[in-house]
Design a protein around this ligand. Structure first.
Ligand code: FDA
Length: 304
């Protein structure tokens, strides 16, 4: 049953009609728990609150399925405005983005040009930009884009997903080049030809990748709510004497609040991924897929 629901949510996440419908419908269906709001102002307010409790943030202007050049340019413009807002409001935050929302499928050259503009603006504010990882078909194009961008900018990093078989090689290669990586389990529906089907293998691989990247000396963002992963990472960090300035923990907005605050209390660098914008449906469906029990929370909020 849980597997079927997971599969249904991940299929819906990729459904263009459902995404379009949700955009018109506004932030409802309980999505507010996971999405900070529809405007930059809402997002900055949410970041201020997080900063007040010792948590940094990474802002993500939600956007998927951008299919025209006009939409892609609008998304790039929103990324620039988000960087301006972070700088103006002096909040502790950086930016996360998805390359498909910046035209990776439409025109890699346009995507490269827009990314250069975003990285240049971020650099002028001394801000960092993280490329989120999408489904496996976009993994190699995203890594290629990262490498090309690093020819001119060092304020950019990427995400690697432990469910993909290829990830150990990617972490070894990118770690040797000093790339700042966010390590996650992976949130998309992937076939067994490219990704571990068993959760235990995904979990074990995440621990392996975290250790590998921490050992490389490159900056590591450990992004998980899984207490087993967190305690294993902490144990390894202590054992190896890895300085706290070389890594941070990250979690998603609205998830495991107590655990977030506990890590802050323990003195670790901590960052919350804060999504905002009208294009919230795909993101929301992936959060439901991770924990189908969330559906009860959603139904309760929809009908109360
Ligand atoms: P796991 O799924 O095993 O969950 C462990 C525990 O955390 C659960 O038992 C539950 O208590 C809690 N939990 C997890 N998800 C929850 C939810 N949705 N609602 C309520 N509780 C929940 N993925 C990707 O493919 N590309 C990316 O770029 C990113 N970026 C990213 C950034 C950050 C900061 C985080 C934390 C995660 C991502 N992810 C991602 C998502 C990631 O791949 C993964 O799907 C989720 O983090 C869930 O995996 P966990 O490691 O938390 O473990």
């Amino acid at each position: 049953m849980e597997k079927a629901m997971k599969s249904l949510f991940l299929t819906l996440a990729k459904n263009r009609a459902a995404n379009r419908w949700a955009k018109r419908y506004g932030l409802r269906l309980g999505a507010r728990r996971f999405v900070a709001g529809e405007s930059i102002e809402h997002a900055i307010d949410a970041v201020r609150k997080l900063n007040a409790s010792g948590r940094m943030a990474t802002l993500d202007y939600l956007g998927e399925f951008t299919s025209s050049e006009e939409e892609v340019r609008e998304t790039a413009d929103m990324c620039l405005k988000t960087l301006d807002a972070i700088h103006r409001s002096k909040v502790q935050a950086n930016l996360s983005l998805k390359l498909t929302s910046l035209g990776l499928d439409l025109s890699p050259d346009l995507c490269f040009e827009l990314m250069r503009r975003i990285l240049a603006r971020a650099q002028s504010y001394r801000l960092f930009v993280r490329i989120d990882m999408e489904d496996h078909a976009h993994c190699q194009p995203a890594i290629d884009m990262l490498k090309k961008l690093r020819g001119g900018y060092d304020n950019v990093g990427i995400v690697i997903q432990s469910y993909l078989y290829r990830s150990e090689e990617d972490v070894k290669e990118l770690g040797a080049q000093g790339v700042n990586l966010r390590l996650v389990k992976g949130a998309y529906k992937e076939p067994a030809s490219v990704a571990y089907p068993r959760k235990e293998d995904v979990d074990d691989n995440l621990i392996r990748l975290i250790k590998l990247h921490l050992r490389s000396g490159s900056y590591t963002a450990i992004a998980s709510h899984d207490e087993r992963i967190l305690s294993e990472a902490k144990r390894f960090i202590e054992e190896e004497g890895i300085p706290r300035s070389r890594f941070e923990f990250q979690m998603l907005y609205g998830i495991c609040e107590e655990l977030q605050l506990k890590l802050v209390e323990e003195g670790y660098r901590f960052r919350v991924y804060v999504p905002f914008g009208v294009d919230w449906f795909g993101y929301f469906m992936r959060r439901l897929a991770e924990r189908p029990a969330n559906v009860w929370f959603v139904l309760k909020n929809t009908f109360k």
